[in-house]
Design a protein around this ligand. Structure first.
Ligand SMILES: C[C@H](O)[C@H](O)[C@H]1CNC2=NC(N)=NC(=O)C2=N1
Length: 96
């Protein structure tokens, strides 16, 4: 999977308003009502990561989830990261 050019990443991000290009990664923060809702989303996301064989760097503090997506092989953003971001959006939206 090839590294995307910065300008292409910015263009793609226009359709991902929750996400930004930060530290060679796609980055988003999500806030839930409580820990249970947050961890439930994380569980769903974890299954999707396994299905895609692509995994986030993430932190959770109570109801806040911070997610960084990058492709380790190329040390930057690829289509794989956008594909996972899209799936994460669908999971998080259902819980809003
Ligand atoms: C061997 C296996 O395909 C790799 O380690 C996968 C697993 N999950 C991964 N996740 C992420 N975010 N980037 C990778 O390059 C990656 N590679």
């Amino acid at each position: 999977m090839s590294l995307m050019k910065d300008e292409n990443i910015e263009k793609r991000l226009l359709r991902f308003p929750d996400w930004e290009h930060r530290n060679n990664s796609l980055y988003a923060e999500f806030e839930f009502d409580n820990f249970k809702d947050c961890f439930s989303a994380m569980s769903r996301i974890a299954f999707e990561c396994e299905a895609q064989n692509h995994h986030p760097k993430w932190t959770n503090i109570y109801n806040v989830l911070k997610i960084s997506l990058s492709t380790h092989d190329v040390d930057g953003v690829t289509e794989k990261d956008f594909k996972l971001a899209e799936a994460i959006e669908a999971i998080v939206e259902v819980q809003d």
